[in-house]
Design a protein around this ligand. Structure first.
Ligand code: XMP
Length: 325
């Protein structure tokens, strides 16, 4: 499987082609793995979820999934991983709530690159600790996809647990390594994964950590998560979720004066960012109807404690990057 994708390989665009791919991969995984055990870091993103579902189909409980909740997930994400993989697919899933470890380490750290390093480093530590508790693991499965190989710019480095210690190296199982993202989604649907998981927008490894700007505090992180959930709900309801490539809230580390129930109400602003792009190298701004923006503003300012203004980021990339940090 180390060969580069041949140009002649048919693209997986239909459920039928997905079924063929799945049958092929199931046979290949069985042949590679035999009766040995495979470990997978399951973030709940599209790629690792599809790899998990494929491996469960091929080798069932010989796959051990580890889901590390770093406390920077979006609302309901870890719960969905548990529901889909443990409850519905009967997977061997180890759930680690490492929220306190991550947030304690991040306390007082304002520099974005330091934050990323802490989150990436701690992720590997937690995963490594879990892996060491397990016996007889021979393989490591990864959700590497074809663009990761082409770019190999390290964007997904910490999700791909590339940095495991020397004595924790395993043979790799990478069943979707020759697929593009759209193909992974078609395969995921054919495997029966929910649309909310398979059609998910890209989400950075450091998660809400790079959207809770500056030094993360638990109260502001909570406000961000709630506001982001409202944005996602309203984009879904208004048909924008399928039109916009990436959309999220960022909450900066400052307050402004406001008024609520006739009283002074100091709060953080919630910044809406909604961009379209093909490759994330450049991005344009999606036009959101004002009626939708008004409704989102009403909901966020009324429902989310601590937020008293909603702003819209109109900056394309360049000059603005997609994320704020
Ligand atoms: P920027 O902000 O550089 O983002 O315009 C381009 C795309 O990359 C995502 N992104 C990240 N993904 N780890 C990731 O896995 C990161 O540290 C990271 N930073 C940005 C961003 O969400 C966008 O899709």
């Amino acid at each position: 499987m180390n060969n580069v994708r041949p140009d002649t390989m048919e693209r997986i665009t239909t459920p039928q082609l997905a079924d063929e791919f799945i049958a092929e991969q199931v046979a290949e995984i069985k042949a590679q793995v035999g009766d040995k055990k495979v470990l997978l870091a399951l973030s709940g993103g599209v790629d690792s979820s599809v790899v998990a579902a494929l491996l469960i189909k091929a080798i069932g409980k010989q796959l051990v999934c580890v889901h590390v909740n770093h406390g920077l997930m979006r609302k309901g994400e870890s719960e969905q991983v548990i529901e889909v993989f443990r409850n519905q697919l009967d997977a061997n899933l180890i759930y680690v709530d490492a929220t306190d470890r991550f947030l304690d380490l991040l306390s007082g750290v304002a520099d974005p690159e330091k934050k990323r390093k802490i989150i990436g480093g701690e992720f590997i530590k937690v995963f490594d600790e879990e892996a060491r508790k397990l016996e007889g693991i021979s393989f490591l499965a990864q959700g590497t996809i074809y663009p990761d190989i082409l770019e190999s710019d390290g964007v997904k480095a910490h999700h791909n647990v590339g940095g495991l210690p020397e004595d924790m190296q395993f043979e790799l199982v990478e069943p979707v390594r020759l697929l593009y993202k759209d193909e992974v989604r078609v395969v995921g649907k054919a495997l029966g994964l929910p649309a909310s998981m398979v059609d998910r927008q890209p989400f950075p490894g450091p998660g809400l950590g790079v959207r809770c700007l500056g030094a993360i505090t638990r109260d502001r992180l909570h406000a961000l998560r709630e506001a982001d959930a409202i944005l996602r709900e309203e984009f879904d309801k208004n048909g924008l979720a399928t039109k916009v490539w990436q959309y999220f809230i960022a909450v900066p580390d400052f307050k402004s004066v406001g008024v609520k129930d006739d009283k002074r109400y100091e709060g953080w602003p919630a910044i809406i960012r909604a961009v379209n792009t093909k490759d994330a190298m450049t991005a344009t701004i999606e036009e959101i109807p004002y009626s939708v923006l008004h409704h989102i503003t009403d909901r966020i300012t009324n429902e989310v404690y601590g937020i008293n203004r909603v702003l819209l980021d109109l900056t394309p990339k360049p000059v603005g990057t997609i994320e704020w940090e």
